[in-house]
Design a protein. Structure first.
Length: 309
């Protein structure tokens, strides 16, 4: 619906001002903090996207995904029987089979997500992107994180962007599709809003900020704009099941809680579930476990005490 796109206007000063206020929000303490951190754990897409990934370090990642917080710490919080795991394990297509087989052997139903469609640059022919998606699904990925062609946004080819995402959605089949907008490379907040709308119109299950490989990744101004787009899309269509995923540069427990609080403010409590909110991160879980350790023991863990983090 190009009529929506042509009328988009983003009040950048107001968005930036709101983002600065968010940075100054007081965080929760004590048991409330521990509860929010455990909620954050269940929404993490635990990720390894390195050129030196091997079957062994993917297996290690899967073990951590099933046991994100040490069992004794969970028992101290009376949360050991609540089935706390991360939201998904995210890897390259070539490592999907390793992750699927490891989680299956562990008797674990954590979904495996795979980046695809020319990740991270998106500078790949469409036919190659679609083939990569189909292969990742064939290997067992239940979630696909595609990346859009930024040139289509920067040159205003909105119908072309819609068609590309629509074809990717079809290639995903039964797998959920998260559309990475690479917001740091879109040029303006108005383009972020427009790309978010197009991605939802084309059938995306999630819209995601970044690949984690850009110079600028998940920021609060971008998050506000994308969540407002989700809200507007819901108001216009009644379709309430589009999720949001900030990714890239989220490394501390405090940042994770702030993102959760922002989602609660902008979209509501119903979005604070793994089905509608994910945090893309590789090192975040280590800091969250460190904070849980401190909450339970009153001291920070030594390196060997959280060795699998």
């Amino acid at each position: 619906e190009l009529g929506w796109i042509s009328k988009v206007y983003v009040n950048r000063p107001a968005v930036v001002r709101h983002a600065e206020q968010i940075k100054n929000w007081k965080t929760v303490k004590g048991n409330w903090q521990a509860a929010w951190l455990l909620k954050a754990v269940t929404c993490i897409d635990l990720t390894t996207l390195s050129g030196d990934d091997t079957p062994s370090n993917v297996q290690r990642l899967c073990f951590k995904a099933k046991h994100p917080i040490r069992e004794d710490l969970l028992k101290a919080l009376d949360m050991h029987d609540k089935g706390i795991t991360v939201g998904a394990v995210c890897v390259y297509p070539a490592r999907v089979s390793d992750a699927v087989n490891t989680l299956k052997a562990a008797g674990c139903n954590i979904p495996v997500a795979s980046v695809a469609a020319g990740f991270p640059a998106g500078q790949t022919p469409l036919e190659t992107k679609l083939t990569e998606i189909r292969l990742a699904v064939e290997y067992g990925a239940r979630e696909i994180d595609i990346v859009i062609s930024r040139s289509l946004v920067l040159t205003g080819q909105w119908e072309g962007l819609y068609e590309e995402i629509r074809l990717c959605r079809a290639a995903c089949g039964e797998a959920h599709m998260k559309t990475i907008l690479a917001t740091g490379e879109l040029g303006s907040l108005a383009n972020v809003y427009k790309a978010s709308m197009i991605a939802m119109m084309a059938g995306s299950d999630f819209i995601k900020t970044s690949t984690g490989k850009e110079v600028e990744n998940a920021t609060f101004p971008v998050g506000i704009v994308m969540m407002r787009a989700i809200k507007e899309y819901y108001w216009q269509t009644g379709y309430k099941v589009v999720g949001f995923k900030p990714a890239g540069g989220i490394r501390t427990a405090r940042e994770a809680i702030t993102w959760l609080m922002l989602v609660k403010e902008e979209l509501g409590v119903e979005w604070l579930t793994p089905e509608l909110f994910r945090l893309g991160a590789s090192s975040l879980l280590g800091d969250i476990e460190q904070q849980i350790f401190y909450h339970v023991t009153g001291t920070y863990a030594l390196q060997h005490e959280l060795a699998v983090a």
